[in-house]
Design a binder for this molecule. Sequence first.
Ligand code: GLC
Length: 537
Amino acid sequence: MRTEPEQPWWSRAVFYQLYPRSFADSDGDGVGDLDGVTARLGHLQALGVDALWLNPVMVSPMADHGYDVADPRDVDPLFGGMAALDRLIDAAHRAGIKVTMDLVPNHTSAQHPWFRAALAGGPGCPARQRYLFRDGSGVGGTLPPNNWVSVFGGPAWTRVTEPDGTPGQWYLHLFDAQQPDLNWEHPEVPADLERTLRFWLDRGVDGFRIDVAHGMSKPPGLPDMGDPELPMLALGEHDPRFNHDGVHGIHRGIRTVLDDYPDAVTVGEIWVFENADFAKYLRPDELHLGFNFRLVRADFDATEIRAAIENSLVAAELADSPPTWTLSNHDVDREVSRYGGGATGLARARAMALVLLALPGAVFVYNGEELGLPNVDLPDEVRQDPVWERSGHTERGRDGCRVPLPWSGDAAPYGFSATADTWLPMPTDWAPLTVAAQHGDPASTLTLFGRAIGLRRGRAQLGQTVRWLSTAPGVVAFRCEDALVCVLNAGAVPVPIPGGDVLLASGPLIDGQLPPDTTVWLRTEARPDAADDSTHQ
Ligand code: GLC
């Protein structure tokens, strides 16, 4: 029998992405917090996840809900402060769950002491060197220094009022104006990040999700971008704002620190779609894992889904790094809605969950996915995402996938909080989706996730081979390491189920047939299969 070398814990882990504002509120202010998470750890334990990824909980004015960090080495009182994080780490570790957190190195909050000093010091002061301040172009410097646009809409530059009250220099912000980009050429910037990394790792954090890991480094001279008319939240080909070669030196610096904590992991948010470019981030001296977003972009279509999986496997192979799988996060519409909404959208989301959990590598589940939550169509007046304002109310933003989780009961706030005045309003029709309503129901999405994660865990010793099986049109089928066959019917008509014991199905099977929008897991004997058409190791 072949023995696999021992793999690090994260190489096959199921990570649960937890948006702290929306998970559980312990103090009745309508916003989720860390003691809320600790109180609900039983849910995550029952689900069987290996690790949490907490969206940012550092001190922040919350202009971008924590991605605008004013103090990277403290927890915001809104989330319960540092003591609440310590309690959560302790309880999670006792429950066998690792805790990873978001790290935001590309920018700070405009309220960070460094940026306040930069504003107060005026043009030419040393404090401005930590950011990207430039004189404007055009007569009197009234135009931005280049044509870069913010990912959230509008120009990527904002003009400041100088201490003497006159209109002055401009500063770069690839996101909101409250998120000034740091100058990674300045030695204090990497030095401060090292302090931050060690601070959290020494406190027991098990790793980091690195925000905008393809950002940070900017090309010399900040040349104009070719296509400033990009859709919001998009990344253009050859876009000078991102994926500049200098970023790899920054990741090597981060890895040097992480290597002092051999069990810890870094996962980069890398919106880069050239496989060779993507793989560079995962070289042995850079990040451990990189988010691959191909499935987030794929429609519910067999050809697209298979191409996305194949591409992700190729990228992982190139990097000799475990692949990662995700269908959604706090930045994109929930997959139930992306796949058409209603019963069909839910069936497809469940089917895709089984595809993800059958694949080798690390899987990221976004909170609420295990309940089959749809996106929420919120009224405009409650929108909070800066994208809504910056796009001049043309882009509705990301609030719809961030609505608080329903735990129990028949009406909002469904046990999320003591107040019905939650930071985003909860829909009136979520009673059947609560954790309590789904708990113990063999047909529920929650039960499906729990069973799939449990079965996946039982296969933890298996390797990384995916063999594609030839199928009817509209069907995606693969065998993972000889033992498990996963068949997704993304077509319009039922298809026969291949031989093997049914381990799990995402929906009812009818007369030995796999209905549309359904995935089945089968246990088969290990045997060479003439129908296999390609292999990924
Ligand atoms: C990342 C985060 C997103 C945030 C942005 C700016 O893309 O996922 O939520 O708004 O970075 O920090």
